[in-house]
Design a protein. Structure first.
Length: 273
């Protein structure tokens, strides 16, 4: 099964469905990523703070897949904004890669206010071939405007918390005005949203699981999404979302569940520690 590719504003392409590895332990990371790659995932999303880049790299090395057939994302942690180039090089060493396809500033860290310094270093790293595309995560409208005004390269994605009860409609629309594709983290609302009766009804009617319905909702809305699991059956289940479609009525019903239910940190609250 072929995963749809989205074309980013810099001309590079990205698989719309990926595999997330947040909170996957050292013991579980290699088998989980191996299962994902065997299932057909070709986009892996990790981060320095996840402390599992080495495992991701090991699974990739053991997979036998060609590097050009994979899309690997990792992220700059908050206490490395002043030495972003070095942080990227450390991640590359742990991953065992010469470059990553996408590198994100993980959080804007307003209290430190060194985003532009980090971005400038990453622009140079991109020019030097260490990263193909640059993006951000958890950036607010003001942060995106700042990069657009002062940066030489615009971010291609903004990875934000987004799920049926926290749709971030305004920020997603703002992303689009700058040609920034929205990526959804915690796309299932850490499973809480799957218990919603409206989603359960759609799942029953379509013969799909609630998770598949929500992932399909993300995909049809044009977002990039990367569910996480360490259970082989669920890793495979989350990949089976390309052989059905939701109606416009279903899409609207899921979007209407928004309750501004943020479950992760607010971008203003996460510091440089």
């Amino acid at each position: 099964m072929t995963v749809p590719q989205l074309t980013l504003s810099d001309g590079n392409t990205i698989p719309q469905l990926g595999f997330g590895v947040w909170q996957i332990s050292t013991d579980d990371i290699v088998p989980a990523v191996t299962t994902a790659l065997e299932t057909g995932y070709r986009h892996i999303d990790t981060a320095a703070i996840y402390k599992n880049e080495e495992g991701v790299g090991q699974a990739i090395a053991q997979s036998g897949l060609n590097r050009e057939d994979l899309f690997v994302t990792t992220k700059l942690w908050n206490n490395r904004h002043t030495d972003a180039r070095a942080a990227l090089e450390e991640s590359l060493t742990k991953l065992g890669l010469d470059y990553v396809d996408l590198y994100l500033i993980h959080w804007p860290v307003p209290e430190q206010n060194r985003r532009l310094e980090a971005w400038a270093a990453l622009e140079q790293a991109q020019a030097d071939g260490l990263v193909k595309s640059l993006g951000v995560s958890n950036f607010r409208e003001s942060d995106l405007y700042e990069l657009a005004k002062h940066g030489s390269v615009r971010p291609v994605v903004n990875q934000i918390e987004l799920h049926p009860t926290f749709t971030q409609k305004e920020l997603s629309a703002y992303n689009a005005t700058y040609g920034v594709v929205t990526q959804a983290w915690s796309p299932l609302g850490r499973a809480h949203d799957l218990e919603n009766p409206a989603i359960a009804q759609i799942a029953e009617r379509t013969g799909r699981t609630p998770a598949q319905v929500v992932l399909r909702w993300h995909l049809q809305a044009g977002r990039i999404v990367f569910p996480k699991s360490v259970t082989a059956s669920r890793i495979k289940e989350n990949f089976q979302v390309f052989d059905f479609a939701l109606s416009d009525v279903d899409m609207a019903a899921i979007s209407a569940l928004n309750a501004d239910n943020r479950i992760g940190p607010h971008p203003m609250d996460l510091g440089a520690e």
